[in-house]
Design a binder for this molecule. Structure first.
Ligand code: ASP
Length: 422
């Protein structure tokens, strides 16, 4: 069986086992598992084995993120350094990221106002949610520039790592012969790190199974029923954007088959779904975008890591529907200017926040604050957020890969033959 098939099978099995466990382990009023078999299953299987293996799997993915982005982007920018194309690649990438996010949130707001998921909701907020202050635009922009490359790497600050790698790559290319040995070193290292990604991917079926079995065992689906309208509106827009809008844009810009694109992205989507983190999935996204979609390293090494940090269409969709939902639940009309402000702030809010689980909820609080909606509204929807986080992360990643392919194609840096290969 191919690796992709095994990963998909592991996903289905993980979800099924998780749901069965969730039904088997009955809990008392405080959410503790009943004594006996339930307690044993929860303790040893769910919180022990599955959680342990799942955590090891996610950690090993995260382990590769910084080395991979650093090495790969140094190679990419060193190869591009002397070309004026660098500016045009960067500009196109950023514009497309912004544009797709703007489109995503507009779709979400439209669906949110038409379907009206928040009407007639009885407010039952979980008050444990704490709101953090929004960083200002200036802070966000200044924060992109590193003062210490080692600190940036140690903290896993992706934008700062990107800036440093770009600078180093450009300097290497401008140093000519003197830097030949360093460039060779980075290129060899890049091959080695890519091999590490491949090794890790062999373990993916087990990791994915454990992560999903654990998540679904713990996931109470009761909350989904209470918030069914909200939940399904977000899900609907996520699917519409992730499958429909991306396919159209991909076809329009590249004239290649969107079905082939989506099918090659399947395994990456499962990674995103099970880890709920664009960052942790980065090694796999980068590998698939270069090896399977045929995007040249010069484009992929820049656009994919950048996208994992600044491009979050799925997150923007959740925020759009959530804003409409909260406005309706509280009976507040924010008007069209309010909605426009939402589009703007949600698009900007996604810049500078890393792609890790649950970050979308924090930026949602900022968006609500901007348009003057009660921030406590976040507490209304937090109960169903984990599942939506998983789906929206898959959308976020698919968006990164789509934009990367489109930009590469426009620069003549997409290997169309490789793309067509099964
Ligand atoms: N988990 C998402 C990601 O990593 C971000 C979010 O929406 O919370 O892309």
């Amino acid at each position: 069986m191919s690796l992709t098939k095994r990963i998909l099978l592991a996903m289905a099995l993980g979800v099924a086992v998780g749901i069965v466990l969730n039904l088997t382990i009955s809990t008392d009023a405080e959410g503790r598992p009943d004594a006996g078999l339930g307690q044993w299953l929860q303790l040893f299987l769910v919180d022990g084995l599955f959680d342990g293996i799942g955590q090891i799997f996610v950690k090993s993915l995260q382990l590769l993120v910084v080395p991979l982005v650093f090495v790969s982007l140094v190679c990419g920018s060193a190869a591009l350094g002397n070309h004026t194309r660098m500016g045009s690649i960067a500009l196109k990438t950023i514009l497309l990221y912004m544009m797709t996010t703007g489109l995503a949130i507009t779709l979400a707001l439209t669906a949110g106002t038409l379907i009206k998921p928040g009407e007639g909701i009885e407010l039952q907020a979980d008050t444990s949610f704490e709101v953090s202050d929004a960083p200002s635009l200036k802070e966000t922009l200044v924060g992109i520039f590193p003062s210490n490359p080692v600190a940036a790497m140690a903290e896993g600050n992706m934008l700062q790592v990107i800036v440093f790698s770009l600078l180093l790559g450009i300097a290497i290319s401008r140093s000519g012969e003197a830097a030949r040995a360093i460039l060779d070193f980075f290129q060899n290292l890049n091959d080695v790190v890519m091999k590490m990604v491949l090794l890790l991917m062999q373990l993916a079926p087990y990791g994915v199974f454990c992560l999903l079995a654990r998540l679904f065992a713990d996931l109470g689906l009761g909350a989904v029923l209470d918030l069914a309208w909200y939940f399904f509106t977000v899900l609907f827009v996520l699917l519409l954007h992730g499958l429909g809008v991306y396919s159209l844009l991909f076809k329009f810009f590249t004239r290649l088959s969107p079905l082939m694109f989506l099918s090659k992205m399947r395994a990456v989507m499962v990674f995103g779904f099970s880890t709920a983190s664009s960052n942790a999935t980065l090694p796999v996204t980068l590998r698939t975008v270069e090896n399977d979609l045929g995007v040249d390293n010069k484009v992929a090494s820049f656009s994919v890591p950048l996208g994992a940090t600044i491009n979050m269409d799925g997150t923007a969709i959740m925020q759009g529907v959530a804003t409409a939902f909260i406005a309706q639940a509280y009976g507040i009309d924010i008007g069209w200017t309010g909605y426009l402000l939402v589009v703007l702030t949600a698009t900007l809010a996604s810049v500078g926040t890393a792609g890790v689980p649950g970050v979308g909820m924090i930026t949602l609080a900022m968006v609500l604050q901007q348009v003057g909606l009660p921030v406590e509204g976040v507490a209304l929807i937090i109960g169903v957020d984990r599942l939506l986080d998983m789906v929206r992360t898959s959308v976020n990643i698919t968006g990164d890969a789509m934009v990367s392919s489109v930009v590469a194609n426009s620069e003549g840096l997409l290997d169309r033959e490789r793309f067509e290969q099964r």
